[in-house]
Design a protein around this ligand. Structure first.
Ligand SMILES: Nc1ncnc2c1ncn2[C@@H]1O[C@H](COP(=O)(O)OP(=O)(O)OP(=O)(O)O)[C@@H](O)[C@H]1O
Length: 234
């Protein structure tokens, strides 16, 4: 479904990703794990076309999206749930959800998707008229995920959805990601919370200093000595 071939990218003259290659197959949950500053968010920004690769290519459903404008990538069915939520703080929860359904594909399905996300997130349903900035961190994360779902994505990119949340909320977030995948949306998730992410993922890639240092089935990575020492603290 998604294929990165030897992608190099960065900011200005600073190269952050040094030839990243990875695949995501339809129906999978794939994770990219790694420490601070390894290049996880940069990888997602590059897939979303917020950053253009300096070399290499990106394909989605057989189509070359390497140089496509970001809004066209969303139209094709790739939606990112950004790090730190990035809601529109002074808009209500409902207005934030409406912002998610601006695409051609999503507009006619607005009502159906709204019902779906409000069933999945009953706490969000209770807070539709509240300003987004007045929600708790966990509630904001749920709204950010719900807003992403409103665009009817085929592939959802999650950028550290567990960041800064209490452990019980982190577990709820991972449960929601699993449900989204079970309902047919393919998931690529980047996380520092290596243990819980590998538990829900089918496959994983480890990124270190902008390079993929290891990849394989999630269960296998969880048993790997280097990963256990470096990321799981075992
Ligand atoms: N807008 C930017 N301009 C310049 N450098 C940036 C920018 N955004 C990120 N970087 C740099 O790119 C490197 C990789 O950052 P990135 O956000 O991709 O890492 P990450 O793996 O997601 O880390 P974290 O888990 O800490 O968010 C870091 O050294 C960071 O300082």
């Amino acid at each position: 479904m998604l294929k990165l071939n030897n992608v190099t990218a960065g900011y200005g003259s600073t190269t952050i990703l040094h030839g990243i290659s990875l695949d995501v197959n339809e129906g999978e949950i794939v994770t990219i794990v790694g420490g601070n500053g390894a290049g996880k968010s940069t990888t997602l920004r590059t897939i979303s076309s917020l950053i253009n690769p300096t070399s290499g290519s990106i394909e989605f459903e057989g189509r070359d999206i390497t140089k496509m404008a970001a809004h066209k990538v969303v139209e094709l069915g790739i939606t990112m749930v950004p790090e730190a939520r990035q809601l529109f703080p002074e808009m209500t929860v409902l207005e934030n959800l409406q912002m998610g359904s601006f695409t051609k594909v999503a507009r006619p399905r607005y009502k159906e998707k709204l019902d779906e996300v409000l069933t999945l997130f009953p706490r969000v349903a209770e807070r539709l008229s509240q300003e987004a900035q007045s929600l708790s961190g966990g509630e904001q994360q749920m709204v950010a995920i719900a807003r992403g779902m409103m665009s009817c994505p085929k592939l959802m990119l999650f950028d550290e959805p567990s960041l800064g949340l209490a452990p019980i909320v982190v577990t709820q977030v991972f449960d929601v990601v699993k449900k989204i995948a079970a309902s047919g949306t393919t998931v690529l998730i980047v996380e520092q919370n290596v243990f819980q992410t590998l538990q829900i993922a089918d496959r994983g890639y480890v990124i270190e200093n902008g390079e993929i240092s290891m990849n394989g089935p999630a269960q296998e990575l969880m048993g790997n000595d280097h990963i256990r020492k470096a990321y799981l603290g075992i």
